[in-house]
Ligand binder design. Structure first.
Ligand SMILES: *Cc1c(COP(=O)(O)O)cnc(C)c1O
Length: 417
């Protein structure tokens, strides 16, 4: 790793040597009232709009205008198989085989759909292990699943906490719990990256530990997709879900993603909620009532998907493919380390980085605990044209994203902070 310096000229040098620099021009960077580009460090919350999105949308709007219902078959990019145009690229984002992924619904809806298949508690094995500070939607979803199956949340939901005085959950604590209580645990459900602390979990090791005890291992990749390099297939992960509006830049509230490991796809004993879009494509329009599953993760689909959302996501996936997740991750490690270096250089006793220091235990995001008047500091930053966010009770999250953030963005942020 190169030696960083806090001078302004140094950040320009880093930008000058950045092989991915041209990708910034492919995105709309929000402007401040004076016309200057803002410092956008909120890509972990909502990714920026690729400039190419409008072209992708216009194509579908034009085909809808001119062809209407015929567009399902005769559009330039026919709508019937449209989601398939995203499959290969999606599989590369998370390190899966194409038949293991599908874009559908939204994150929390996909969580419930896949829990139907992968959370099947019985009196011996009914617990779900989750990070104590997982995203609220995950907690609500998991609580409701436990209740739906007639179990008691206070007995079946196990929340993994950091040790007293620490912010990250230690690997060995997760493994020790699974080793001890794995026999009564049905499902180990973790975030790939925790939304609050920015801690990235070792999904490979968690999966191994879970499987040793006969538990299912699933992950919420909301903050991991488009951020970390992953190999879900090789890691033998059972299933995963994510959203495409954070690092994936697919647009506000857009369609989510789901992964089911190959080994489960053809298992006819798995319970599943069905819809016509999961039915065999060749006989779908025979309109009979005998369900034949598509032999891929697409068999979890319920409905025909929103083409305009898929089109916007396709624009972003094309950019991801051009840049490549390996190079992106390499730049991301540099950007985040640089941000960490600059913050530490200032030696502000009121600001503490709670995200792990180890590069394989974090992605883009640094979470800064502000000991005094954090909300005020956050509001001042916003007033100066910085986009970052505030998470109660005391954390500012900032995420330099390798596709469009520059080293200068990081430098400016640390100066203002
Ligand atoms: C962003 C996020 C969500 C959001 O869920 P939606 O169903 O897309 O609204 C859920 N879980 C985690 C961990 C998140 O970071």
């Amino acid at each position: 790793m190169i030696k960083f310096s806090s001078s302004r000229s140094f950040c320009k040098e880093l930008d000058g040597n950045d092989a991915l620099r041209k990708f910034r021009d492919k995105f709309f960077i929000p402007k401040q009232p004076g016309g200057e580009e803002a410092v956008y460090l909120a890509g972990n919350s909502l990714g920026l709009q690729p400039k190419s999105v409008i072209k992708y949308l216009e194509q579908e709007l034009k085909d809808w205008e001119n062809l209407a219902v015929e567009g399902h078959i005769h559009a330039k990019n026919p709508w019937l198989p449209y989601h398939e145009f995203l499959t290969d690229q999606t599989s590369r984002i998370i390190g899966a085989k194409p038949e293991e992924v599908v874009n559908m619904n939204s994150l929390t809806a996909n969580l419930h759909l896949l829990f139907v298949s992968f959370y099947r508690p019985d009196s011996k094995r009914h617990k779900i292990l989750i990070e104590a500070n997982a995203f609220p939607s995950d907690h609500y979803a998991v609580q409701s699943q436990i209740k739906f199956h007639g179990f008691d949340v206070s007995k079946s939901l196990v929340e993994m906490k950091p040790r007293d005085g620490e912010d990250k959950i230690r690997k060995e604590d997760i493994e020790e719990y699974i080793d001890k209580e794995g026999d009564s645990t049905a499902l180990v459900w973790f975030g790939g990256v925790n939304y609050y602390t920015g801690q990235a979990f070792d999904m490979k090791r968690i999966t191994e530990a879970a499987h040793l005890k006969g538990c299912i291992a699933g992950f919420d990749l909301a903050h991991a997709a488009g951020n970390l390099e992953m190999n879900l297939h090789d890691w033998n992960t059972d299933f995963a879900v994510w959203c495409n509006y954070k690092y994936m830049n697919g647009g506000p509230g857009t369609i989510g993603g789901a992964f089911v490991h190959e080994k489960h796809i053809k298992d006819k004993t798995l319970p599943k909620f069905l819809g016509w879009w999961g039915h065999d494509k060749k006989t779908r329009f025979l309109m009979d009532h005998k369900y034949i599953p598509i032999p891929t993760a697409e068999s979890w689909q319920l409905s025909n998907p929103p083409i305009l959302q898929l089109a916007a996501l396709k624009a972003s996936l094309d950019i991801f493919d051009e840049a490549g997740i390996k190079l992106l991750r390499r730049k991301s490690i540099m950007l985040t380390s640089y941000l960490e270096f600059l913050i530490k250089e200032k030696r502000n006793p009121d600001i503490e980085i709670i995200t792990p220091e180890e590069e394989n235990e974090r992605g883009c995001q640094l979470s800064l605990r502000v000991k005094k008047e954090g909300k005020k500091l956050y509001e001042k930053l916003i007033g100066k044209g910085v986009f970052c966010d505030w998470r109660e009770p005391d954390v500012i999250r900032a995420a330099p994203v390798p596709l469009y953030n520059s080293f200068e963005d990081v430098w400016k942020f640390s100066e203002m902070l």
